[in-house]
Design a protein around this ligand. Structure first.
Ligand code: SF4
Length: 226
């Protein structure tokens, strides 16, 4: 697998926020979201080749049960199922962070953390925007992930206007449990996070969705390796 970085930090987002976790960042993502905070991991070449055994060994340098496989987009890597099986055999709790653009069955994954990408993530560049639009949202894939894995759905909110599209997407999905849905401020810096969080908090109070923190931004201002 092409791995961009392996590091130890706190899970910053979602229902498991605050848990010390080892992060395995898989290199490569086709989406090119406008506000992506891990652009350095977009290309496969941004990663070093690791065998799944080497990844498990690297993860085990920390005495930590929680492992987060993130990206990039890990669900488009054909070696992911083997890595998940080996980490599970090593006794790890595994979260996979994905945009929900591809389905892989039967992985012993404890939490599928799905962050579907909507209009606010379309890149400014026209060529990249076309690629992004074609692959960003596949409702059939999302439904399969939701039906077959323990999951959470994290929607990134850039402005109050995003709520309509989020609600439409949830309604189209039909099978999403509202208690597993989170709204997360779009923020690449601490200032942006503090500025947008009250707006997202109000949306959460109005809809009943949970607010997802971004501890890596709040604590470390999104420094790499956090
Ligand atoms: S899906 Fe995630 S990793 Fe890929 S470009 Fe979008 S924000 Fe970045």
């Amino acid at each position: 697998m092409h791995i961009n970085e392996i590091f130890y930090s706190l899970q910053g987002e979602g229902f498991l926020a605050g848990l010390p976790s080892v992060f395995v960042r898989v290199a490569g993502c086709p989406l090119r979201c406008r506000w992506c905070d891990t652009k350095y991991a977009w290309d496969k070449e941004a990663g070093r080749q690791y065998s799944t055994e080497q990844i498990v060994l690297a993860v085990q340098q920390w005495t930590c049960r929680f492992v987060v496989i993130t990206g990039g987009e890990p669900m488009v890597d054909s070696d992911l199922p083997q890595l998940v099986r080996e980490l599970k055999a090593a006794g790890k709790h595994i979260t996979i962070e994905t945009a929900g653009i591809a389905y892989i069955p039967d992985m012993p994954c404890d939490l599928m953390s799905i962050s579907p990408k909507l209009s606010n993530s379309v890149p400014d560049d026209a060529k990249l925007a076309a690629i992004h639009k074609n692959s960003k949202l596949d409702l059939a894939v999302l439904e399969e992930l939701i039906d077959n894995y323990n999951y959470q759905l994290k929607f990134v909110v850039d402005s109050v206007n995003d709520l309509l599209e989020i609600e439409e997407t949830i309604e189209k999905l039909g099978n999403a449990d509202r208690e597993k849905i989170m709204l997360m401020p779009q923020a690449a810096s601490r200032e942006e996070l503090l500025a947008k969080s009250p707006m997202v908090a109000e949306l959460c109070k109005r809809t009943g969705y949970a607010l997802s923190q971004r501890l890596q931004v709040l604590l470390w201002n999104n420094e790499r390796g956090t």
